[in-house]
Design a protein around this ligand. Structure first.
Ligand code: ATP
Ligand code: MG
Length: 407
């Protein structure tokens, strides 16, 4: 049997990038031989094994054929006769379809190295269209390597467009889609992921609520970029520049969905978009079964981001309501993430990327003032049950009034 490094490990070494996980392909072996060498099988009918020591993935060379819709609709054929070239041709992009032996001799039948040098994301063969997940994968690689100058080849974008129009994207499971979306949002330029999905018509299918923001104007005084879609891309861009976690990036993507529902007569104003957007945010959250912390933060940022921008003008009672809604006493981290997302929203505007956001410090100070109200003296005065809750609120309100006066 022969063993080759494949996929990301080869690509990233040639790019001079750190290689984290290594995928291997095994040519000329049977399942029985692999088991006899101590490799552990990963799935029942999938010819993939884990190395007994390193735990890395070793896949038998295989060919694939589409036999139905969706991911389940694939038949695999793995046998010792399948060649390396046959295995590589089923892969998504030419830059992912190179293999390397232990002497670093490159096998590159589909010109991956040429495309790597030309900074092009190009599909390997027409079989690309057999798995709709590849639309998301290409957009994700575009987000990762945009900084190196990579773009999607026009003919690949065209295939992605056909896939998006064919109805195949709808067959993707929430789990497979979320895995790609969440990884893409954590890349260096997550806004490129959304832009590429939009360019090939996939955004309209996957997140019509986000797609609808393009072409919707906002008041130029607050939004020099005017277009709500462009604003959303900038907010995402800022979230990556500021190394925000996934929860914040997800909230950034969804914070303004309500603006897509504003009747045209009201443009460029968006009265109560924070409220109208909530059901859309909920729908997108649920469509991809986003993790609970992502769902929660997106809804809270959607509902309260304008509160944050106006923080310095808020009445003490409104500040208190805000802090109570966030349960800032028990969930201080979530409030921090809210502030971060709102700051990204403020900076994700053309020409305003470097502005300061004094609201952040102000809100942190307010949270601190409210948190510092001690329960003990109230207990000592004999408050309990709901009355204790009310007394605590009164004290916090007092503390916030004092905070407002002193800042
Ligand atoms: P990453 O750095 O994100 O791990 P990767 O290229 O290693 O990138 P993996 O998901 O680990 O991506 O997959 C390893 C290889 O398997 C890819 O390089 C590609 O050749 C192939 N591959 C993975 N998923 C698909 C797919 N859906 N369609 C076609 N080829 C795929
Ligand atoms: Mg990999």
């Amino acid at each position: 049997m022969q063993i080759f490094k494949v996929g990301g490990a080869v690509r990233d070494r040639l790019l001079g990038k750190p290689v984290t996980d290594i995928d291997w392909v095994v040519v000329g072996a049977t399942t029985e031989e692999m088991l006899a060498k101590g490799y552990r099988p990963v799935g029942a009918d999938f010819p993939v094994f884990l190395h007994p020591k390193s735990g890395e993935e070793y896949a038998l060379a295989r060919t694939e054929r589409k036999s139905g819709r969706g991911y389940g609709g694939f038949t695999f054929h793995a046998s010792p006769e399948v060649t390396l070239e046959e295995d590589l041709i089923r892969r998504d992009l030419t830059i992912n379809a190179m293999a390397e032996d232990d002497q670093q001799n490159l096998t590159d039948p589909y010109q991956g190295q040429r495309d790597l040098e030309a900074r092009i994301l190009r599909h390997v063969s027409p079989a690309f269209a057999e798995d709709p997940l590849r639309v998301l994968r290409v957009a994700r690689f575009a987000a990762r390597y945009a900084g190196l100058g990579f773009t999607v080849a026009p003919e690949t974008l065209e295939l992605m467009r056909q896939l998006s129009e064919s109805g195949e994207l709808e067959v993707l499971t929430a789990e497979r889609s979320w895995k790609e979306i969440s990884r893409a949002l954590m890349e260096d330029q997550p806004q490129v992921f959304i832009q590429v999905l939009r360019d090939c018509g996939a955004l309209k299918v996957l997140m019509p609520e986000v797609d609808a923001l393009f072409g919707v104007p906002q008041p130029e005084a607050h939004h020099p970029e005017i277009d709500t879609g462009l604003h959303t891309l900038s907010v995402l861009e800022q979230s990556a520049l500021h190394k925000q976690p996934l929860t914040v990036r997800w909230a950034c993507l969804l914070h303004d969905l309500g603006k897509g529902l504003t009747p045209e007569e009201q443009w460029p104003r968006h009265i109560a978009h924070e409220h109208t957007g909530l059901k859309l945010i909920k729908a997108v959250n649920e469509r991809f079964k986003a993790p609970k912390d992502c769902q929660e933060l997106a809804l809270l940022v959607g509902k309260y981001h304008t509160h944050s921008h106006r923080a310095l003008e808020l009445k003490a009672s409104t500040l208190l309501e805000l802090l109570q809604s966030f349960d800032v006493y028990r969930r201080p981290q979530r409030f921090e993430e809210f502030i971060a997302a709102c700051e990204m929203d403020a900076r994700g505007r053309k020409g305003l990327e470097q502005r300061s956001y004094p609201q952040a410090e102000y809100l942190r100070g307010a949270a601190k003032a409210a948190r510092e109200v001690a329960v003990q003296p109230l207990l000592e005065k004999g408050f309990k049950g709901p009355e204790l809750g009310e007394a605590l609120k009164r004290e916090r309100l007092k503390a916030l009034k004092a905070y407002k006066e002193n800042s």
